[in-house]
Design a protein around this ligand. Structure first.
Ligand code: ATP
Ligand code: MG
Length: 288
C-alpha cells in the first residue's frame, strides 16, 4: 500500500552517495493544488538496476514506513516507477545521518542521551505494534534538528527520525548480512529471518555508536572475522560510563529472550545521570 508519484513531478538534484543496492539523491516533489504549484524537498532513493529483482522488497520497505506514523519515524511520501527505475520518495532530513554528524561535531553526553531516549521511544512504539524494523543503526538515524549541545532548553535538543529498513535480509545475501555484524542480531544470521527481539540487539549497537562518537564498530574485521566474533559470543569494547555499558550489554545478549523490554530500556535511560567526567570531555572540544 503506497502512494504512486508521477516521475515528471520529481526534480533531481545532487547525489548524496549510495546505500545497500541504492543510489541516493536530493530532490524535490512538485505538488499541484488548485492551480498552484508547491515544491517539497525530498530524498530520492533509486534501486540499482542490477538488483531490480529486489523491487518488491524495496517497495515493501516503503510500504512499511507509510503504514506507521510516529514523530521519530521518517515520512515516506510514496514510490515512483519510470521505465526500469524504481524510486522511493521520502522526507529530506536536514542534518543527514547521525553517524556522520557525530564524526564531525562534538556533542555532550546529555545530547547523546536525548537521542538515545528518542530511539528507545520509537522502539517501544514498534514493540507495542509488534513490528520489527530490522535495520536500526546510527546511519539510519537522521537528524532533523541539531540542537545546541550546551543548552538545557528542550527547544534546543536534537531530534531524530528513524529511516526505512531497506531491502530485506533474505534478498541481500550472506555477504551483505555478514557485513552488518555487529548490528544484525546473531539469531538473524542463522535463519535470515527477523525475530521480535532483534531490534533490541541493534539498539544496543546503535547506543554504542552514539556514545563512541559515530565510530564504526569492528571496522577492521573482514566478514570471516566478523562471523567468528559472533561464533565466540564476543562483546564490543566496554564504554567508560558503567551504567550505560550495562544497558548495552543487556541489549546485546546472545540469548534473545533475555534482552530487556523497551519499557525497561526507557526506564534505564531515564534513571541515568550524566557523570561528572562529562565536564572533562566537553571542555576544550566545544568552541565558544
Ligand atoms: P540501507 O538500506 O543500508 O540503510 P540506504 O539505501 O538507506 O541503505 P544509507 O546508507 O542509509 O542508504 O544512506 C546513505 C546516505 O544518504 C546517508 O549517509 C545520509 O547521509 C543520506 N540520507 C539517507 N536518507 C536521508 C534523508 N531522508 N534525508 C537526508 N539524507 C539522507
Ligand atoms: Mg538507510
Amino acid at each position: 500500500q503506497f502512494h504512486m508519484i508521477k516521475h515528471e513531478d520529481l526534480i533531481w538534484k545532487e547525489s548524496l552517495g549510495q546505500g545497500s543496492f541504492t543510489q541516493i539523491y536530493r530532490g524535490g516533489k512538485v505538488d499541484r493544488q488548485d492551480g498552484e504549484t508547491h515544491t517539497t524537498d525530498v530524498l530520492l532513493k533509486v534501486l540499482d538496476v542490477e538488483h531490480k529483482n529486489s523491487w518488491e522488497s524495496f517497495f515493501e520497505a516503503a510500504s512499511f514506513m507509510s503504514q506507521i506514523s510516529h514523530t521519530h519515524l521518517l515520512m515516506v511520501y510514496g514510490v515512483s516507477v519510470h521505465k526500469s527505475k524504481n524510486i522511493m520518495v521520502q522526507e529530506f532530513v536536514k542534518y543527514g545521518a547521525l553517524d556522520l554528524y557525530l564524526k564531525r561535531s562534538s556533542v555532550s553526553l546529555s545530547w547523546k542521551l536525548d537521542v538515545a531516549k528518542q530511539l528507545a521511544c520509537t522502539l517501544n512504539f514498534l514493540e507495542e505494534k509488534n513490528i520489527v524494523h530490522g535495520n536500526i543503526c546510527a546511519k539510519n538515524l537522521l537528524l532533523a534538528r541539531g540542537g545546541d549541545p550546551n543548552s538545557e532548553n528542550s527547544e534546543n535538543s536534537p531530534f531524530i527520525k528513524l529511516s526505512d529498513p531497506g531491502i530485506s535480509m533474505a534478498m541481500l545475501g550472506k555477504e551483505v548480512v555478514l557485513d552488518r555484524i555487529p548490528w544484525v542480531a546473531p539469531e538473524v544470521l542463522e535463519k535470515l529471518e527477523l525475530g521480535q527481539q532483534c531490534d533490541k540487539w541493534s539498539f544496543g549497537t546503535t547506543l554504542w555508536e552514539i556514545f563512541n562518537g559515530g565510530e564504526i564498530p569492528l571496522q577492521r574485521l573482514d566478514p570471516k572475522q566478523k562471523q567468528r566474533f559472533y561464533d565466540q559470543r564476543s562483546q564490543l569494547p566496554c564504554l567508560e560510563w558503567a551504567e550505560l555499558a550495562d544497558l548495552i550489554s543487556q541489549c546485546m545478549q546472545y540469548q534473545a529472550e533475555l534482552r530487556p523490554s523497551s519499557r525497561s530500556i526507557i526506564r534505564h535511560l531515564n534513571g541515568l545521570i550524566t557523570p561528572d567526567y562529562e565536564v572533562l570531555h566537553a571542555s576544550g572540544s566545544v568552541p565558544e
